[in-house]
Design a protein around this ligand. Structure first.
Ligand code: URA
Length: 258
């Protein structure tokens, strides 16, 4: 009974967030009234095909522990690019270490720097709606950024900062071994794929190069960064993002509501 109700709430939330993405504004007002939904993960792995060869790479059995070690032993004291001197908090990334979907943004902003958590500001609210529109919750995905420290005044990451920080992101990907990566905006797409031009690249599947052992071939779906969507809040932009999210859902075997 309880779980039926939770499922109903989950579907309602998904429908509403999809409508928000597609521009049906009036639904959005009810959003905050809904209770947060805890979704129990089904036992075992869902039968999603593709990229199985990657799983042959020495599986990290305790992914959460491996991520903790990366954070606490290798990243915490990192002073490679100097951004550690101006940041308030390291923003390592968060979510399910066993997630099938990894979402990758650019760099922490002010809210993220203050809290030490990725995507908690305005862009984060929209990202939450995007995740929910896919029928998932934040706790079921893993969210990370290319840079782990905030560039002062939210300036774009410098190439030398990306060069020293990206290997940490590749290690996160190597540990998590997601089935799919959703890359948000040009800096993330460029770091992952070595290609630029989000308008041209989005909406199509790309393969991650072998930046680190065992991560080559992971499917990457580029889409617009939520901050860009907020600046260009048109039905067209939101519709394109929704198309990209639907492609991710199809790849993960997630059914659309309704
Ligand atoms: N933008 C990003 O790219 N990452 C965050 O964590 C927040 C905003």
């Amino acid at each position: 009974m309880g779980s039926d109700f939770q499922q109903l709430v989950q579907v309602a939330r998904q429908v509403i967030d999809t409508d928000v993405l597609l521009g049906v504004e009036h639904f959005a007002r009810g959003l905050d009234a809904l209770p947060p939904v805890k979704v129990r993960k089904p036992a075992g792995k869902p039968p999603v095909g593709g990229a199985n060869k990657r799983r042959e790479y020495g599986p990290v059995t305790d992914k959460a522990k491996a991520l903790d070690e990366l954070r606490n032993k290798e990243l915490r004291e990192c002073a490679c690019c100097g951004l550690n001197q101006t940041r308030k908090n390291l923003v390592f990334g968060e979510g399910d270490a066993n997630a099938q979907l990894m979402i990758i943004g650019e760099a922490p902003g002010e809210d993220e720097d203050l809290t030490g958590r990725p995507f908690v500001g305005r862009a984060g609210k929209l990202l939450d709606q995007m995740i929910s529109a896919m029928g998932l919750s934040r706790s079921q995905v893993y969210i990370a950024n290319v840079l782990k420290c905030r560039p002062p005044d939210n300036r774009p990451p410098r190439p030398e900062e990306v060069a020293v920080c990206a290997p940490f992101l590749f290690r996160q990907i190597q540990i998590i071994q997601p089935k799919v990566i959703l890359a948000l905006g040009n800096p993330a797409v460029h770091t992952l794929l070595g290609k630029s031009g989000i308008t041209r690249l989005r909406g199509q599947w790309h393969e991650l190069p072998e930046h680190a052992e065992g991560i080559g071939g992971i499917p990457v779906m580029p889409t617009y960064h939520p901050s860009y969507v907020l600046r260009n809040y048109t039905t067209k932009t939101r519709g394109e993002v929704w198309q990209d999210l639907q492609a991710v859902m199809a790849r993960l075997g997630i059914k659309k509501p309704g």
